[in-house]
Write a protein that binds this ligand. Structure first.
Ligand code: GLP
Length: 250
């Protein structure tokens, strides 16, 4: 049996981004109605840049694709400069021909957050599920905003953000970790693991320790990304720096 997640290592972050963007372009050509799960953070920025370039130079067509973002902060309006919705507009959606009605976000300002989480799960199901879920990874091993803990929620839910996660998101809030919301909504681990295919991007040496544990196990709720070992079609796309603790794994 092939080990999972598969590991692909590239010389630098640009090559990781280029390869994944080419794959997404191919997926869009094969199935223009593909359903993508998308991450935020610094890691996917080059990937989004490459998608924008492929749209401009090679007419990659996003018009029928559907997207679901992984997570969103609680308590800030959609148009807030720190929201993940704003992030996606700025780095991808404003630069490609995606139909805004087909881009899905959690609304962190919804009056009833439980209802909002249920709505999101229903929308994913109504879209036929996620074909390709792209993920980043927090330095504590979180994916989406599924923070390490004794238990992990299976479905989209409200989370309390850990101090290190608020610190790493501070750039979106003027550099001040205290301005980062204390809570967020996130797809659950079950939501993520139900995607037909999952690709986790990790670049840079700050992710190397975590990546080694994700690949070598054990599977534990204290490292949410380790659950990707249970996914039948998961892949880690790494640059050399993020892969430096792995010898001989490919
Ligand atoms: C945030 C997001 C995660 C992302 C993580 C890593 O916490 N909720 O989905 O993977 O940041 O960010 P970066 O890529 O900047 O290291």
């Amino acid at each position: 049996m092939q080990r999972t997640p598969r590991v692909s290592i590239f010389p630098n972050p640009r090559d990781v981004a280029r390869t994944l963007a080419r794959r997404v372009a191919a997926a869009l050509r094969d199935n223009p109605r593909v359903v993508l799960g998308l991450p935020t953070g610094r890691t996917p920025l080059l990937f989004y840049e490459e998608l924008v370039r492929l749209h401009a130079d090679e007419d990659v067509d996003f018009s029928q694709a559907t997207t679901f973002n992984l997570d969103e902060f609680v308590g800030i309006p959609a148009g807030h400069p720190g929201s993940y919705r704003t992030f996606m507009g700025r780095f991808l959606f404003q630069h490609v021909n995606i139909d805004p009605a087909r881009t899905n976000f959690l609304d962190g300002a919804a009056a009833d957050l439980n209802e909002e989480c249920e709505r999101y799960e229903d929308s994913i199901a109504a879209a036929g599920g996620i074909d390709l879920q792209i993920l980043g990874i927090g330095t504590n091993g979180h994916i989406g905003f599924n923070e390490p803990g004794q238990e992990l929620d299976a479905r989209t839910h409200k989370v309390t953000l850990r101090p290190e996660t608020r610190r790493s998101n501070a750039a979106l809030f003027g550099g001040d970790p205290d301005s980062v919301p204390t809570h967020a909504l996130s797809m659950g681990m079950g939501t993520i693991l139900h995607a037909r295919k999952a690709v986790l991007l990790a670049t840079g040496d700050t992710k190397a320790r975590c990546v080694e544990r994700v690949v070598r196990g054990p599977i534990t709720t204290t490292l949410p990304a380790s659950l990707l070992q249970l996914h039948p079609d998961a892949e880690l796309m790494l640059d050399n720096a993020a892969a430096q603790e792995l010898d001989g794994v490919s």
